[in-house]
Design a binder for this molecule. Structure first.
Ligand SMILES: O=C(O)c1ccccc1N[C@@H]1O[C@H](COP(=O)(O)O)[C@@H](O)[C@H]1O
Length: 205
């Protein structure tokens, strides 16, 4: 299982999060977010994959930030088209398309992205596009029958372990941790993260 920790910008906090066992570390490149990363942190993850989070950004901006932050993946939270995903994929970037899950009809939209995405991320709908701190109804995911693996996101917290241990889906590939582990926006509690990640990986390998 992949454990992604998102919304980071402080160099020491990034280093400690990587040491805590995060497989992927995310940088929010959306200027309206309180976790916005305006410049390249003095430390970038070396072992963990680097993920940039965007909301309706133009192709050129995504490519510029991908170079600056040495991104492995781009995570797209807006109305990005399959054509844009394809262009980014052709540039050598891994593509994670995000879908806000309101109802089972939302899974229909995923079909158009199957040939251009590496992962999907299912998140809670919110006006700010992400970082809501709220969980959605995971039982809706039983209606997702696509071929692309997905990360589960939205409001995961230190006390989510029990619920995660009961969750099952053949395409479930990982989780995304964000505001539920913060001391303040963009600063994670790395002791909480270390405990959570080690228990998660022991129980759900
Ligand atoms: O965290 C943000 O501020 C943010 C803003 C805009 C788009 C995405 C954002 N974060 C992503 O939101 C999800 C869920 O976060 P949370 O656990 O509910 O706080 C996660 O994928 C973050 O990458």
């Amino acid at each position: 299982m992949i454990v992604k920790v998102c919304g980071m910008r402080d160099p020491d906090n990034i280093r400690q999060t990587e040491a805590a066992g995060a497989d992927w570390i995310g940088f929010i490149c959306y200027h309206k977010s309180p976790r916005y990363v305006s410049h390249t942190p003095a430390y970038l993850p070396q072992k963990a994959k680097r993920v940039g989070v965007f909301v309706n950004a133009p192709f050129d901006e995504i490519i510029r930030r991908a170079k600056e932050l040495q991104l492995d993946y781009v995570q797209l939270h807006g109305n990005e088209s399959p054509a844009l995903c394809k262009l980014l994929h052709n540039e050598g970037l891994g593509v994670i398309k995000v879908f806000a899950v309101h109802s089972l009809s939302d899974f229909k939209q995923t079909e158009a992205y199957e040939s251009c995405c590496d992962y999907y991320l299912f998140d809670t709908p919110c006006p700010q596009y992400g970082g809501s701190g709220k969980q959605f109804d995971w039982s809706l995911l039983s209606h997702y029958q696509g071929s692309i693996p997905f990360l589960l996101s939205g409001g995961l917290r230190p006390d989510s372990l029990a619920a995660l241990s009961h969750f099952r889906h053949s395409q479930w590939a990982g989780i995304d941790l964000n505001s539920g582990f913060e001391i303040q926006p963009a600063m994670k509690d790395t002791t909480l993260l270390q405990n959570f990640i080690s228990q998660f990986k022991q129980n759900i390998p």
